[in-house]
Design a protein around this ligand. Sequence first.
Ligand code: NAP
Ligand code: MG
Length: 491
Amino acid sequence: MSFLDYAPAPESTSILHLKKSYGLFIDGSFVKGHGKSFSTISPATEETIAEISSANAKDVDAAVGAARRAYDRTWSKLSGADRGKYLFRIARLVQERARELAVAESLDNGKPIKESRDVDVPLVAAWFFYYAGWADKLDYAGLGANPRALGVAAQVIPWNFPLLMLAWKIAPALAAGNTVVIKPAETTPLSALLFAEILQQAELPDGVVNIITGAGETGSLLVNHPDVNKVAFTGSTAVGRAIAKSTAGTGKKLTLELGGKAANIVFDDAPIDQAIEGIVNGIFFNQGHVCCAGSRLLVQENVHDEVVDRLKDRLSTLRLGDPLDKNTDIGAINSKAQLERIRELSNIGEAEGAERWTAPCELPAKGFWFAPTIFTNVSTSNRIARDEVFGPVLSVLTFRTPAEAIAKANNTPYGLSAGIWSDKGSRVLAVADKLRAGVIWANTFNQFDPASPFGGYKESGYGREGGRHGLAAYLTSSAVASAATTRGASK
Ligand code: NAP
Ligand code: MG
């Protein structure tokens, strides 16, 4: 260690009191699942954290049954104000147990503690506070008179923001008066199970939220259960497509939040220092396991060399390692399977002729790691410019005119997000207007707020989460159809 190196600053895990094994959370208590249990591991060390139950068809049926009874007997009979009180209580308990939740999330997912502590968990609380406020105001949401809950919501979420995705799903569903069965991802069930304890502490009526763990098959059983009224899915486009097929014609209301391949567009008049930070945040936040990541950097040709040089300098200062160390910028890749996918797509990038640069950093011997990587000389037809890598890999392309930037940005099957960096407000607005992406950031990136709707175009899915729009996905009324974004939204 040299004089100027950082000393290790590990966050203590003593606040975590984990059980050796966890059951399914059904009807207000933890019960053993009838499927084959599995271990959840820390991707940074490959050590087992806890043994997790798996829900089979019988368990899924029990969870949906509990949600239905809770809907009929308790939740649908409460006033909006009373539902709101439970949501406020959950939000406050999340804040009280914030440090514990952050440690659990970083341990199970591999993300840096500074992100779980400063981004994920505060946003989880914010989501519950925000939707708590809506629970008694549904009549004023502009969704028509007397909007009604749908009933039982089946929700399936991915591993990249385990607790935050849970909040995005559960908070609006409960505020709108639905009951819930949710399945976290197989590799990151831990924070959802701690959240189940919070629901017990909040004395949420039994069965209003049921949390069932398991693999993809459990998710499939859940979304295909006949007594479910609403399906909300966040994950890959392939699985989203399968769910759209299997729920078609069943009357289940469906929202899909899928993948992305966002363009982060840097014009030559952009504040370059700010843009560098935004590019880094855009693609290296959460190891690039972000559906709205700015994975395609489109930079105006005359500033390309300067931007790339400064980016490489900045990336050379990032610290990769122990997710629980407070100085860590880049944590572990969530799973071996994901690491293999990132390696494979990066190798293809090289084979197709793009130039690969890797940040100088030592990778720990154990666990799953991938150093921040940039590809230059990328062309729009390259796989690394088209496929979602879902890792710390940036593809750099160039453009000369705004029209070319727009054409390249829209040249993707996805349409979740985009970023624009320019000194001129008029240019930002003109370009934003032509981008086919659900969320567009100007001179910033990866900003999230519960009041702001989030969702995609094209293969990034349909429906919106967050804000008033997020309520529409969980309500039925004549005006809802026009307020919610409909399939294949277009301008
Ligand atoms: P995934 O394989 O689609 O998994 C997502 C969830 O679906 C997991 O809980 C998974 O269970 C479950 N699942 C798998 N097969 C299923 C099936 N046939 N029926 C029902 N559920 C099933 O995606 P992932 O690899 O975990 O996550 C990465 C992808 O999610 C990326 O493409 C990313 O862009 C997308 N994503 C999108 C957003 C957004 O808001 N748009 C946010 C985050 C992630 P297992 O964990 O057991 O496989
Ligand atoms: Mg894990």
